[in-house]
Design a protein around this ligand. Structure first.
Ligand code: PMP
Length: 449
């Protein structure tokens, strides 16, 4: 067992779910890198607020004022969560990390002289595709084990230095759980006059984030995160970062709630962050996210990290007892405290579709399979060339998904326990032994069950 048990902080942990064989088993969620269940404290905060919820920023009624207050308090809480200073930083609420990064991409002051964004080959598509629309994107290469090749990063900065506007890197990978040295990279980015944005979607629920003051060379200029990965529901996220760029230029979306005055010819925008939040905001989502952040702070991110490291070490050690298993990334239990509890695997001769389907439908264990919205990273980890990837893509277009590249991803959350790992190992052993796969094989080609 682990030192801590956080299951009581959540509701419905042992929800019974049906299996295809007609049994009922308690559900185990090992897909926390995708989304996390809401904390009890989050549910209670939302429930309390639902009685009072009303329009924000416009009404004079009591409920409207209370809603406005709660919304603004949530903003303050999110700034505090990452150590931001309200004088120089702001928190713009939006629907998720993807929206936050797209907003930054549209609002970032690129110039013809500085129009390069340096990202890495391990990025989630959300921290890659938005930049391709507005800048020249250069991908930092990866080492064979899937870590960022920092020597290549240095070379690129040296080569393109004065043209690099922004370095945009994930705080931690949603595929291997690797944690990037974001402050060291920020220092190097700032040394060539570039800014630093960190995709904190994965980092936020597992490690303390410090944005640091703007005069600290290692500071982060912008952070993006999503509520649904940090124990609050879908639909809210935040872009937290330096205020100055949002004081200039027009907002990316236009509508109500963001103006001082509008005549038939003229618009005077409100100051940010209001300027950046067109339309009625997701107040409940902001409150939920802030409640989750407050609870994580209360538990202490070091305690969270220590608990997850214990689980990850235990899982890595037990997974390696399965004959023929392939574990990608760092497989060492002794370095489990230096990465997140995200473990991608494959079983020999059984597709990731099938493994995930049997885990879900026969064992009540939720995982994710596929490419995790990080195609370049998966191709690297699986050792495919672009040519091979293209061949596979053609096969898939023709409806044959047997060779679709991918992995099965196991990812831990705060409430998981060693008993969950034991359930997983037993299930994988049974799948490995071929106990369950027969009936699923016919569905394997389409991936539909
Ligand atoms: N970045 C990373 C590293 C992620 O893991 C995810 C979600 N899988 C995202 C960005 C996108 O988050 P969202 O879907 O909430 O916008």
């Amino acid at each position: 067992t682990t030192t801590h048990d956080f299951r009581n902080l959540f509701c419905g942990m042992d929800t019974p779910v049906p299996t295809l064989s007609g049994n009922t088993v308690p559900y185990v969620n090992l897909d926390n890198a995708a989304s996390t269940p809401a904390l009890r404290h989050v549910q209670e905060s939302v429930n309390r607020f639902l009685t009072f919820y009303s329009s924000v920023h416009r009404g004079t009624g009591f409920k409207s004022q209370l809603s406005t207050h709660a919304y603004e308090e949530s903003r303050t809480q999110m700034l505090k969560f990452v150590g931001a200073d309200p004088q120089n930083h702001l928190c713009i609420f939006g629907k998720n990390t993807t929206e936050a990064i797209n907003k930054l991409a549209r609002r970032f002051p690129f110039s013809p002289e500085r129009n390069i964004v340096l990202i890495s080959q391990m990025e989630h598509h959300s921290n890659d595709l938005p930049w391709r629309a507005v800048a020249t994107v250069i991908h930092v290469r990866l080492l064979p084990d899937g870590r960022l090749d920092e020597t290549h990063f240095d070379e690129l900065l040296q080569k393109y230095g004065s043209r690099v506007a922004l370095v945009a890197i994930s705080g931690a990978s949603n595929v291997t759980g690797y944690i990037n040295p974001i402050h060291r990279l920020a220092e190097k980015a700032h040394a060539v006059g570039a800014q630093m944005m960190v995709d904190c979607a994965q980092l936020a629920p597992h490690r303390q984030i410090r944005i640091l003051p703007l005069d600290d060379p290692a500071h982060l200029d912008y952070i993006a995160l999503s509520a649904h990965k940090m124990y609050a529901p879908f639909g809210s996220g935040a872009l937290i970062g330096r205020r100055d760029i949002f004081e200039q230029g027009d907002p990316d979306l236009r509508g109500g709630g963001q103006v001082e005055i509008v005549t038939t010819r003229q618009v005077v925008w409100s100051a940010p962050p209001e300027r950046e939040e067109a339309g009625s905001p997701n107040t409940i989502g902001a409150i939920a996210m802030a409640a989750a952040a407050a609870q994580l702070e209360k538990i202490g991110m070091e305690t969270v990290a220590a608990h997850e490291a214990e689980l990850t070490a235990y899982a890595l050690q037990r997974l390696q007892t399965i004959t023929g298993i392939k574990i990608y990334g760092d497989t060492r239990p002794e370095t489990a405290d230096q990465r997140l509890g995200v473990i991608p695997i494959n079983l020999p001769e059984i597709s990731h579709f099938l493994v995930a389907a049997v885990l879900g439908y026969e064992f009540g264990i939720g995982v994710r399979n596929g490419c995790f919205c990080a195609h370049p990273y998966l191709l690297h980890l699986l050792g495919f060339s672009e040519g091979e990837a293209e061949q596979i893509r053609q096969q898939m277009i023709s409806g044959d998904r047997r060779n679709a590249p991918g992995m099965v991803r196991i990812s831990f959350g705060l409430y998981n326990s060693t008993a969950d790992v034991d359930r997983l190992i037993d299930a994988l052993q049974a799948i490995r032994a071929g106990d369950y796969t027969g009936q699923y094989l016919q569905n394997q080609a389409t991936g539909e069950f």
